[in-house]
Design a protein around this ligand. Structure first.
Ligand code: KG4
Ligand code: ZN
Length: 411
């Protein structure tokens, strides 16, 4: 079957078309089209994501993305002269997104119904105004094309994102359950036990800030731009080479390492809850410890900044690795799947890979571009949801759920 998937939970608008085949034991995917419009640069000017601004951007982006993706999938067929009327129902659904409605009415009646069997859409967790745009767009298309909507939990997508390997064609098979998933993003830090696909249990989660949020806040304290994760990682890495260059990171200039390179000031930050005996996390204390340290140090030189970034990243890495490995051993898992924006962090990756290798556990990370929010993972999760034959949701009552938890449903 062909699935059109839509992601609009935060600051990325994304649309993909996946051809999906097989059952839960062996599932094959082919990406027919995939496009993303990132708002990261826009929000960076304000130091964070503004929900209403994100909503407006999604409303502007979705039709152009759809057009591009249908074209890429070679299923865009303009109709010659025949126009059909878009029902009043659709106009009511898109009433709150006037810009999207206008573009919808201009474009959709001018194309034939494409070869798409279902629409997968993120319905939570995320920013509700942003989620609503994707959901309403999915509903409107589903009515016009008379196909079902498959509501997807965004975090299920992040779990599956680590399983896309190689080019446009890939398969998922032969997993021994339970699997452990570590989800680390700007909004989440959780350890999820995957008993089988679509059967999830949170075994540990952050009690306060998410790890990505802590990266972003510490970056702000160090006067680094948003999003702070990649900036901290780059700054921390600059202590590794005398030239101040971090391999593989090109975009912004790397800060100068001041003369006495070896004389980095000793900085020690806590490893919150590392020995708490459960699988929960806490990152707000770590962030506050950085704040106190900054107050104590006053104006920072570059070496001090680098030392703080490095120690903060070390602390986050150690806590995440320690809890993940303890959970993996306790639940006797053979596979760990890591997902979410923070999974792009090089040090966290290499440390987790080393720890997993020692225990002979397989570990998978998302390929480049799939650790951030994307619609490929939503299409994959949508197909698994379709295969699970869970109750068909009523499209009329489908709602955005900002704080949707993995393993639960509001349908
Ligand atoms: O999953 P994501 O794209 O969005 C959600 O929060 O759902 O994650 C974004 C988060 C931000 O906090 C960002 O700073 C962090 O991921 N991040 C990183 C890195 N790249 C992105 N954190 C640490 N190291 C990175 N290389
Ligand atoms: Zn996400």
């Amino acid at each position: 079957m062909n699935i059109l998937s839509i992601e609009s939970s935060c600051d990325e608008s994304a649309i993909s078309i996946l051809e999906a085949k097989g059952g839960v034991k062996k599932t094959s995917f082919k990406i027919l089209g995939n496009n993303i419009a990132s708002q990261v640069k826009l929000h960076a000017q304000y130091g964070g994501v503004f929900p209403m601004m994100a909503k407006r951007e999604h409303a502007k982006n979705l039709i152009p993305l759809l057009k591009k993706t249908l074209k890429e999938a070679k299923i865009l067929y303009p109709v010659s002269g025949i126009e059909y009327l878009v029902s009043k129902k659709v106009k009511i659904i898109l009433n709150r997104e006037p810009e999207l409605l206008e573009q919808f009415l201009e474009f959709i009646p001018t194309i034939q119904k494409p070869n798409i069997d279902a629409i997968a859409v993120t319905y939570g967790p995320g920013l509700e105004p942003a989620l609503w745009v994707g959901i309403n767009f999915a509903k409107a298309l589903a009515i016009v094309w008379d196909i079902p909507v498959i509501p997807v939990n965004h975090m299920e997508g992040h779990i599956l994102s680590a399983l896309k390997k190689g080019g446009n064609k890939f398969s998922i098979s032969n997993f021994q359950f339970p699997i452990l998933s570590l989800l680390i993003s700007g909004g989440h830090t959780e350890l999820v036990l995957v008993k089988k696909w679509m059967n999830y249990k949170i075994i540990g989660e952050t009690r306060d800030d998410a790890v990505g949020e802590a990266f972003d806040k510490v970056a702000r304290m160090l006067n680094l731009p948003y999003p702070g994760g990649p900036q901290i990682s780059k700054l921390a890495g600059s202590s590794r080479s005398k030239s101040g260059k971090t391999p593989g990171v090109k975009d912004t200039p790397t800060p100068e390492v001041e003369e006495d390179f070896d004389l980095f000031p000793p900085v020690k930050l806590p490893r919150p809850m590392i020995n708490s005996g459960d699988f929960d996390f806490s990152f707000s204390g770590l962030k506050t410890a950085v704040l106190y340290l900054l107050r104590e140090l006053g104006k920072l030189n570059n070496n001090q900044k680098i030392a703080i970034a490095k120690e903060f990243q070390d602390a986050a890495t150690e806590v995440l690795t320690s809890k993940t490995m303890k959970a993996a051993k306790k639940f006797k898992v053979r596979t760990i799947l890591v997902g979410g924006g923070v999974s792009a962090n090089k040090q966290i990756r290499t440390t987790l890979i080393k720890a997993a290798k020692k225990e002979k556990i397989n570990i998978h990370f998302p390929e480049k571009g799939l650790s951030v929010d994307n619609s490929i993972m939503i299409g994959m999760a949508g197909y698994f949801r379709f295969l699970s034959k869970s109750k068909k949701p009523n499209i009329r009552t489908l709602k955005a759920c900002g704080n949707l938890k993995i393993g639960t449903t509001t349908l």
